[in-house]
Design a protein. Structure first.
Length: 338
């Protein structure tokens, strides 16, 4: 078969547009255009920061490509978090909420333009996303599910316009979805370009059950910032990360009967130390593994410790006491604290 002369490649497409944009333009064109320009500055900058390239814009729509699904999802999360803060500075009827869809697909390349179903699916997933939300295809989900500490909701195959087959889709559900209070938003705005790598948004349940988002900069979030009684069953991934960062876990190895201590670090690594037995008695076994939040659980895994098994206990906080339990509900012989 002779070459077709058409250039193709596999790439990640991010498509975004504004919910209710036509309505907003109908109410006040100039104010809406001004808000869109300000939001686009944020979006364009974050896409570039995550090594993306914008190749299509029309009105309120933005279409970009990324070489990495992980970077595309990171960019989308950063965009929604930044715009959420900026929206708190606007009157309710002027808040501009973007929907984002992400797909991984084979596309046609024509100069700087990209065409094909890979692009169309991303645009259709954007329409499935909630305002301020992100929806990804199964292909993207499979690539990022073990690489990012975010939660996903399987919303099933989606019948979308001009796509022959239903598109399996996942909604990103981790992270704060409530609007920040004015004071917290002002703090976030002032710290926007100078915050350190460790930034946690923690839900603190106030009287009446209202979720208030507090901003912590640098270092582990204190346990007193969390409700007195809570479990990971009801916590999004970012809150589980905030709870577990800086945690120390002490226990007894079932295999050797030796005590161990695990330190959960902000860089998503876990360090374990345990005294050795037998011919190596008097020396210390040390290993570094990784940790993440997944399906309402704190998870960690080492190459050798615990025979390399993935450990995903349920974490429960009662007052200042923190315990861990297995899938069947039995308590683990762990002592947790910061």
């Amino acid at each position: 078969m002779e070459p077709s002369g058409v250039k193709r490649k596999l790439t990640v497409i991010l498509a975004a547009d504004v919910e209710g944009f036509s309505r907003m333009m109908g109410v006040d064109e100039e104010a809406t255009h001004k808000t869109l320009r300000a939001h686009r500055e944020v979006i364009d900058g974050l896409i570039a920061r995550h090594d993306g390239r914008i190749f299509g814009t029309a009105g309120d729509s933005v279409v970009a490509e990324f070489a990495s699904p992980v970077e595309a999802v990171r960019a989308a999360i950063s965009i929604q978090e930044e715009l959420r803060v900026r929206n708190t500075e606007l009157p309710e009827d002027r808040r501009m909420r973007f929907r984002i869809g992400i797909n991984l697909g084979d596309v046609i390349v024509d100069g700087d333009d990209i065409f094909g179903d890979g692009v169309n699916v991303a645009a259709r997933l954007e329409g499935v996303a909630e305002p301020g939300g992100i929806c990804v295809s199964r292909k993207v989900f499979e690539e990022v599910k073990h690489k990012l500490s975010v939660g996903f909701e399987d919303i099933g195959p989606q019948e979308v316009k001009n796509i022959a087959e239903p598109v399996p889709a996942f909604r990103i559900v981790a992270g704060p979805i409530s609007i920040l209070p004015d004071e917290a938003a002002a703090t976030a705005k002032g710290a926007r370009w100078r915050i350190p790598a460790v930034l946690a948004l923690v839900a603190v349940v106030a009287a009446g059950g209202t979720a208030i988002w507090s901003l912590y900069l640098g270092g582990p979030v204190p346990l007193t910032s969390f409700p007195s009684n809570i479990s990971t069953d009801s916590m999004p991934s970012k809150d589980i990360e905030a709870l577990m960062t800086g945690m120390k876990i002490q226990g007894i190895s079932k295999k050797s009967g030796r005590p161990f201590i695990i330190e959960v670090k902000a860089d998503k690594t876990v360090d374990v130390e345990m005294g050795r037995t037998g011919a190596l008695a008097g020396t210390t076994f040390r290993e570094t593994g990784k940790w993440w939040a997944e399906n309402y659980r704190f998870c960690m895994q080492f190459s050798r410790f615990a025979q390399g098994r993935k450990l995903c206990p349920r974490i429960i906080k009662e007052g200042q006491k923190i315990t861990a339990s297995r899938g069947d509900g039995t308590l683990m012989n762990w002592t947790l604290g910061k």
